[in-house]
Design a protein around this ligand. Structure first.
Ligand code: LMR
Length: 333
């Protein structure tokens, strides 16, 4: 064998061995909530299915509770390739430059999960995910959480009750406008800091589905939880696109099938998980859970509907109207 050919052969053998020795493909899936939430459970279910279906060729490492990164950092880490998979709430895509996702934050825009699914499981949802591709991100699926409830240090029944309260929000400008429309002062804060923010009085109240409220132990530091169901909170499962595109095709297919089933699971459990956590909050005896009367809810809706028009230039009037059409929502009602 000529010297050059031999060196080539050695190099090839070495690289194959290195690839082999490198072991399974690791996918770091980072998120900010507890394992015992719709997103936390679905992430673990995806891990189980992916491990099984790739027969160990892929290892999904799930990092819950902001263990690796907080809200904003996790998106940067995904783009840099430090982690491969995330499921941020739809309210957190604005800072990335994809403001259209904030349509999901518009108060009262979805009456129930069925209306929401017309968007997330239809062409509008798919076209929104496509907007992420120019950012080096691929959107794989939407996972439900649920409808948000206001919580605070005092009961909140009418817009007047919100006046002057400091309310923690996610990064969405729609949520900022929502809190201002109620006369409160929005304070953007990472999810991992909310408990302490409420405990120390940096903020007076917040909003989240009951699953997040209970699993972050916010009932220890918020005496009132209002069943306002005034808006939706859910997720887009996203991956680093160059990483995903570079996976062996067969592995990608196995992971896509695991994601499809994990998505069904996530969306099947979300409603019951939240209902269950409302009961858990009640059982804790630490927070009073206050249902709102239809008139009280209508009063909040009246104060909040102007946010739709106010935010239409940011989100896109066409997109908002398309969502109304898909869901049958009538803003005048
Ligand atoms: C929040 O920051 O309030 C939520 O988006 C957290 C989450 O991921 O559910």
């Amino acid at each position: 064998m000529q010297r050059r050919t031999m060196l080539g052969a050695i190099a090839l053998a070495f690289s194959v061995n290195v690839a082999f020795a490198a072991g399974p493909i690791v996918i770091k899936f980072s998120h900010v909530v507890a394992n015992d939430t719709p997103k936390g459970k679905a992430a673990l279910y995806f891990k189980k299915l992916a491990d099984e279906r790739t027969k160990g060729a892929v290892k999904i490492e799930v990092y819950p509770n902001s263990q690796l990164y907080k809200d904003k950092e996790e998106l940067e880490a995904l783009q840099l390739g430090a982690i491969q998979m995330l499921a941020p709430s739809l309210a957190k895509f604005g800072p990335l430059g994809v403001k259209e996702f904030e349509a999901f934050d518009l108060p009262f825009i979805f009456d129930n999960y069925e209306a929401l699914h017309k968007v997330t499981q239809g062409p509008v949802g798919a076209s929104l995910l496509q907007k992420l591709e120019s950012k080096g991100i691929l959107g794989l699926a939407y996972w439900d959480n649920g409808f948000k409830q206001f919580s605070a240090k005092k009961p909140l029944r009418t817009p007047a009750d919100f006046k002057g309260l400091k309310m923690r929000i996610q990064s969405s400008k729609v949520l900022d406008a929502q809190m201002r429309a109620l006369g409160s002062i929005p304070q953007q804060m990472a999810f991992s800091e909310v408990y302490q923010g409420l405990q120390t009085g940096v903020v007076d109240g917040t909003e989240n589905p009951a699953s997040n409220f209970y699993t972050q132990k916010m009932h220890e530091v918020q005496p009132y939880l209002m069943l306002s169901n005034h808006g939706y909170l859910g997720y887009a499962v996203i991956v680093n696109k160059p990483f995903w595109d570079g996976l062996p095709a067969a592995v990608r297919t196995q992971l896509e099938s695991a994601m499809k089933d994990a998505t069904k699971y996530a969306n099947d459990i979300a409603k019951a998980e939240n209902e269950n956590d409302i009961e858990n909050v009640k059982k804790s005896g630490k927070t009073q859970v206050l249902p709102l009367t239809p008139a009280e809810r209508a009063g909040l809706k009246k104060a909040l509907m102007p946010v739709h028009t106010q935010m239409s230039s940011r989100i896109g009037d066409g997109l908002i109207k398309t969502i109304y059409k898909e869901t049958g929502f009538n803003p005048a009602n």
